[in-house]
Design a protein around this ligand. Structure first.
Ligand code: BEZ
Length: 275
């Protein structure tokens, strides 16, 4: 999932709509299923009702779309990565999925809710445009329920990647930082300017284990950290990954279990009536 650089739905970074390398959707499901697993309590926050129309923005391979549909809602899954959408359609042929950029999607009619789990941070460019698309898709009073990586997300990992690259002579500005991890105040401002009223907001640390990654953080970097490793000469990439692992091991894997330093912003915002 990228919508222009990697990621889940409508990102501007991640493999996908911009022609950059596609995600390995099967590997994503196999080793990074925690992304959806951590999103299941988001569905309680969404509280889908029978007959509601709900957009799953950045649906990836459709795991949470299917859970929302199982609660009786009509779901439209959207993702900017073609491989993710292809796999979502194969897994859930009875559901509707569309390949679209988060800054530029539209649905027929109006939705009661737009849901997004672990995808908005991949939509790095023009977050206000993403929010405008969400607002346009919703009926007045409709809800935008989302969780995204927030300020300081994976900072221990990215600091180590920058340091490992610097030791190889690669400057920080050679990296196209792939994510949007906003401060809470910044994102609330965008929501309010975009015609939303924030009804619920939670910024929190959520240490995230990599139990299904046989090579721990090295697998995480291989899946998500390509914008960093692509900045190094190809023959030095293994050394950069190895050094990053060494630099972070004490803090992220003190007892042999890799646990990454995720921070989240979770919110419910209501589309203001009449705007
Ligand atoms: C996240 O869900 O916060 C995330 C996932 C992959 C890369 C960076 C952040």
């Amino acid at each position: 999932m990228r919508t222009t650089s990697r990621s889940p739905a409508g990102s501007d970074e991640g493999p996908g709509a911009d022609g950059s390398a596609a995600w390995d959707a099967a590997l994503y499901d196999r080793s990074f299923g925690f992304v959806s697993a951590f999103g299941t309590d988001m569905i309680d926050l969404l509280a889908p009702e029978t007959g509601e129309r709900i957009v799953d923005l950045g649906c990836g391979t459709g795991t949470l779309s299917a859970e929302i549909a199982a609660r009786g809602a009509e779901v439209i899954g959207i993702d900017a990565d073609a491989a993710m959408i292809e796999r979502a359609r194969a897994r859930y042929p009875h559901l509707a999925f569309a390949h679209a950029d988060g800054r530029d999607f539209a649905i027929e009619g109006e939705a009661d809710a737009v849901f997004s789990n672990a995808a908005l941070h991949w939509m790095k460019e023009e977050p206000a445009r993403v929010i405008a698309c969400v607002a346009r898709a919703l009926r007045p009073g409709g809800r935008f329920v989302a969780e995204m990586g927030a300020h300081r997300n994976v900072r221990i990992i990215t600091d180590a990647l920058y340091r490992a690259l610097a030791e190889e002579g690669v400057p920080a500005d050679a990296v196209d930082f792939p994510w949007y991890f906003p401060r809470t105040s910044r994102y609330v401002g965008l929501l309010e300017d975009g015609g939303f009223e924030v009804a619920h907001l939670h910024y929190f640390a959520r240490p995230t284990p990599l139990d299904d990654c046989p090579n721990g953080l090295a697998d995480w970097i291989a899946m998500f950290g390509r914008n960093f490793t692509d900045a190094a000469p190809p023959e030095r990439v293994p050394a950069v990954i190895e050094r990053t692992v060494a630099l972070t091991r004490e803090r992220l894997c003190p007892d042999g279990r890799w646990v990454t330093d995720y921070t989240r912003l979770r919110f419910v915002a209501l589309r203001v009536t009449g705007e």
